[in-house]
Design a protein around this ligand. Structure first.
Ligand code: AMP
Length: 193
């Protein structure tokens, strides 16, 4: 399987580029943010729990997200996925370690980590625009600031984890969507078996 982690700050283009990757490589998409938002919409226990964290820009606790991810991953494997794109997971070192173990237990591994690098000013601009267009409740200035801080403190250190095992592909994430995608595809072609 081709297992890609798409990595980057909120607003770096993970969702947009995931859609392009899915089309080109026929991958199953797992976005933990989308799964959590669906749970919130359906008013489940998990959704109610998640809402408190998401509205403050904080991370949902690791054990909750890891459990949730394992279930979704098994559904995708059962459905015959030829690869998976992990969008918004892992977001902490323990989540990264859990993903490695989870994949190993299924005879799989992370093929590549695509890290989208975008300047902070541009991230804020993109997220405020998305807030106006899509009305996502966590795309307001204060929550954006909190999410960027969480990214810098808790998520960004994961880059070292993937640098060590030579999985990290740093991609310049500014410019036209298609240009950025070309850079990503070039990196993926190198790891595709
Ligand atoms: P996203 O759609 O990926 O920007 O995620 C929106 C929000 O969902 C985040 O700000 C977190 O509160 C929560 N969330 C999504 N993925 C995770 C994760 N892997 N770990 C913890 N919280 C998450």
């Amino acid at each position: 399987m081709l297992n890609i982690v798409i990595f980057g700050a909120p607003g770096s283009g993970k969702g947009t580029q995931s859609e392009n990757l899915i089309k080109k490589y026929n991958l199953a998409h797992i976005s933990t943010g989308d799964v959590l938002r669906a749970e919130m919409k359906n008013g489940t226990e998990l959704g109610k729990l998640a809402e408190g964290y998401i509205s403050k820009g904080q991370l949902v606790p690791d054990e909750v997200v890891i459990d949730m991810l394992a279930k979704v991953l098994d559904e995708k494997i059962k459905a015959g996925a030829s690869g998976v794109i992990f969008d918004g997971f892992p977001r902490t070192i323990p989540q990264g370690e859990a993903l490695d173990k989870m994949l190993e237990a299924r005879g799989e591994e992370v093929s590549a980590v695509v890290s989208l690098d975008v300047e902070e000013e541009e991230l804020i601009e993109r997220l405020l625009k998305r807030g106006q267009e899509l009305g996502r409740s966590d795309d307001n200035y204060d929550t954006i600031k909190a999410r960027l801080e969480v990214y810098n403190n808790q998520t960004s250190p994961l880059k070292e984890h993937y640098k060590k095992n030579e999985k990290l592909h740093a991609i310049h994430g500014m410019g036209k969507v298609e240009e950025i995608f070309d850079r990503i595809a070039e990196a993926i072609e190198k790891v595709k078996k």
